[in-house]
Design a protein around this ligand. Structure first.
Ligand code: NAD
Length: 281
C-alpha cells in the first residue's frame, strides 16, 4: 500500500507558489492579498483562520483577518465583505464557516465576487464546475484531484464513488471526478446498499465525518482510498477510514492527519495566487 502523502505534496506546491507570489509582487508592486472574515469565537474556526494566515505569510501572501463578535449585525458583515470586494489590493476573500445560525450565510457569501471567491462556494463557481468550465474550485476536492494527479493516478474510465454530497466537499468532488472522465457514483445518508456501492469503486472518496465508517469490506482490493473526514477522538484527529484494516486492501490510501488536510490549505493558496494572476492580465 502506498501512502498518499498530502503533507509532502502540499509542501512542494507551497514552494512553487512562493516563487509565483514573488513574481507577482515584482510585476504588480504589491503582495498578493487574501482576506479572511471570521465571525464569533468558535475555537476550531479560530485555529483554522490562524493556520490559513500562517500559511499565507510563509508563501509571501499578505493575509488580512477581519474579526466580528458573534452578535455583529448581518448588514455590518455584508458591508465589510463588499468593501473587500472593492479593494484592489485584496485578491481573494473567504468567510470562515460555519457562521452563527442567526446570520444569512448565503447573503454574506453572495457579497463575494466570483473572481475573488477562493473557496469556490458561490453559485457561479459551482455552476461553472457543473458545466465543466473554468472555475474557482472548492479547496478540499481540488486538493484531492491534485493529490491523485501528483501520484499519476488515472481517473479516466475509472469507477469513482464519493460518500457525501455537501456543497463544499462531496458535490464538487463528484463533479471534478466526472470532469476528469471517471464514472461517478455519489452516496449519501439515504443510499441503500452503501457497502456494495463502495466495494465497486476503483477510487473511493469518503467525506462523511464519522470515525471508522469505511471498513475493509467496503473496499475493493487494489482501490485508491481518499479519506476527507476529520473527527476527533479524545482530542486525537482521525478520518472516516478504519486505517489499519483498509490499508491491507487498498493500493493507495491517505492518512489523517497528513493527507487531504494539508492539500486543502495548499489549494486555498493556489486559488488565491491564480485569482491574483488573473487580475494582472
Ligand atoms: P457534511 O456534514 O456537510 O456532509 C456529510 C455528508 O455525509 C452528507 O452529505 C451526508 O449525506 C453524508 N452521510 C452522513 N451519514 C451518512 C451515512 N450513514 N451513509 C452515507 N453518507 C452519510 O460535512 P462536509 O462539510 O461535507 O465534511 C465532511 C467531512 O470532511 C467532515 O468530517 C469534515 O470535517 C471533513 N472536512 C475535511 C476537510 C479537510 O481539509 N480534510 C475539509 C472540509 C471538510
Amino acid at each position: 500500500m502506498t501512502t498518499l502523502d498530502g503533507k509532502a505534496v502540499a509542501a512542494a506546491i507551497r514552494l512553487e507558489l512562493k516563487s509565483r507570489a514573488q513574481a507577482f509582487e515584482a510585476r504588480a508592486g504589491r503582495k498578493i492579498g487574501l482576506a479572511v472574515v471570521l465571525v464569533g469565537d468558535d475555537p476550531a474556526s479560530q485555529v483554522y483562520v490562524r493556520n490559513k494566515a500562517k500559511a499565507c505569510e510563509e508563501t509571501g501572501i499578505r493575509s488580512l483577518t477581519l474579526t466580528f463578535p458573534h452578535n455583529a449585525p448581518q448588514g455590518e458583515i455584508v458591508r465589510a465583505v463588499t468593501s473587500l470586494a472593492d479593494d484592489t489590493t485584496v485578491d481573494g476573500i473567504l468567510v470562515q464557516l460555519p457562521l452563527p445560525d442567526r446570520l444569512d450565510a448565503a447573503a454574506i457569501l453572495a457579497a463575494i465576487p466570483p473572481q475573488k471567491d477562493v473557496d469556490g462556494f458561490s453559485a457561479e463557481n459551482l455552476g461553472k464546475l457543473a458545466r465543466n468550465e473554468r472555475a474557482c474550485v472548492a479547496c478540499t476536492p481540488r486538493g484531492v484531484m491534485e493529490l491523485l494527479s501528483r501520484y499519476r493516478i488515472e481517473t479516466r474510465g475509472k469507477h469513482a464513488v464519493v460518500i457525501g454530497r455537501s456543497n463544499i466537499v462531496g458535490r464538487p468532488m463528484a463533479l471534478l471526478l466526472l470532469n476528469a472522465d471517471a464514472t461517478v457514483t455519489v452516496c449519501h445518508s439515504q443510499t441503500k446498499n452503501l457497502r456494495e456501492e463502495c466495494a465497486r469503486a476503483d477510487i473511493l472518496v469518503s467525506a462523511v465525518g464519522k470515525p471508522a465508517f469505511v471498513t475493509a469490506d467496503m473496499v475493493k482490493e487494489g482501490a485508491v482510498v481518499v479519506d476527507v473526514g476529520i473527527s476527533r477522538i479524545n482530542g486525537k484527529l482521525c478520518g472516516d477510514v478504519a486505517y489499519e484494516e483498509v490499508s491491507e486492501r487498498a493500493a493507495y490510501l491517505t492518512p489523517v492527519p497528513g493527507g487531504v488536510g494539508p492539500m486543502t490549505i495548499a489549494m486555498l493558496l493556489t486559488n488565491t495566487v491564480e485569482a491574483a494572476e488573473r487580475g494582472l492580465k
